[in-house]
Design a protein around this ligand. Structure first.
Ligand code: PMP
Length: 315
């Protein structure tokens, strides 16, 4: 789908996956005007296909486009493009319980611009790929390390939207952490360096008794759709959920820690290394993580009643 500045997106077309042509002075290449989304399609036991909350991804992309001075498709255009792409690729949606089809909508400033300014034209693309577990550990616990020097987001910056530059910012710390055997990096706020923010590609939750706490959305962390869903699921199960500043010291007292995201779903955290000290959360998967994982994944796969109306069925 294409759009010139100020005008509506045109109807898109389905094409075979392949390279695209861009001007060397495209806004996305020169000034980072790029946003992406990630969502999944699951196959139900009866063979039909479910999308999980696609309109939430559409709304988040629109919010990001506003921050990045980009034109963006409407919620309906976004959802229709996702549905059309998945429908054309039904055969790639794995059998029920064997993985999912990852859907990657991309919005970019494709028009040429030499002086610093928003691009004059935008392109919206959706592509898909079947996926298994994001972390090789699957539902087994992951090991995080807290980063002290490098930050992924600053107050007033773009950390709260899903723009491509945020991911470029984490590559160095993430690669160094992986080279040392960690699964990923946990970031702290860059002002006080004492409050939890998020992991490179997922949100973080800390469990203490019946209370589940997660950093509040305040512009430097991504408002995860899995985060939002897990908050509702946890409350419906009787947990008290707090969205607030979560100090790094709370990791020492926590019963369980877990991450949420479209790709990771729920990943229990086995340990967090902070200032060279390893804080461990036992060998197995915590009971709260296990319970939330079970409800969310069964909902996404259509195995339990969708009381929240979160899933969208594809004919
Ligand atoms: N934080 C970051 C930085 C992410 O890239 C993601 C993945 N989109 C998330 C959190 C989790 O968001 P969601 O649950 O919408 O996938």
């Amino acid at each position: 789908m294409k759009c010139s500045q100020g005008s509506n997106f045109l109807n898109g077309e389905l094409k075979q996956f392949g390279n695209i042509e861009l001007s060397p002075s495209a806004g996305v290449l020169n000034y980072g005007q790029g946003l992406f989304e990630g969502l999944k399609a699951y196959r139900k036991e009866d063979g039909s296909i479910l999308l999980f909350r696609p309109e939430e991804n559409a709304l988040r992309m629109r919010m990001g486009a506003e921050r990045m001075c980009m034109q963006s498709p409407t919620v309906d255009q976004f959802v229709e493009a996702v549905k059309a792409t998945v429908s054309a690729n039904k055969r790639w949606v794995p059998p029920s319980g064997k993985g999912s089809l990852y859907i990657r909508p991309l919005l970019m400033g494709s028009g040429a611009v030499l002086g610093l300014a928003p691009a004059p034209e935008y392109t919206f693309i959706v592509y898909v790929s079947p996926v298994g577990n994001y972390f090789k550990e699957g539902l087994a616990p992951i090991n995080l390390v807290i980063e002290h020097e490098l930050h992924r987001a600053t107050p007033g910056g773009t950390g709260g939207v899903k723009t491509i530059g945020n991911y470029a910012a984490v590559l160095k710390a993430q690669s160094a952490a992986k080279a040392k055997g960690y699964s990923d990096v946990l970031y702290l706020d860059c002002v006080h360096k004492k409050y939890l923010e998020e992991v490179s590609s997922c949100n973080i939750f800390v469990v203490k008794g019946n209370v589940i706490s997660t950093p509040a959305i305040k512009g430097t962390i991504l408002p995860g759709i899995t985060r939002k869903s897990i908050i509702d699921v946890a409350r419906s199960l009787g947990f008290q959920v707090e969205e607030r500043l979560v100090a790094v010291d709370e990791l020492l007292e926590a019963d369980e820690v877990f991450c949420t995201g479209t790709a990771v779903v729920i990943s229990p955290v086995g340990s967090v290394t902070y200032l060279g000290k390893r804080i461990s959360y036992g060998d197995g998967v915590g009971v709260v993580s296990q319970q939330l994982y079970s409800v969310l994944t069964r909902l996404q796969m259509g195995l339990i009643e969708d009381k929240m109306n979160w899933t969208v069925s594809l004919p």
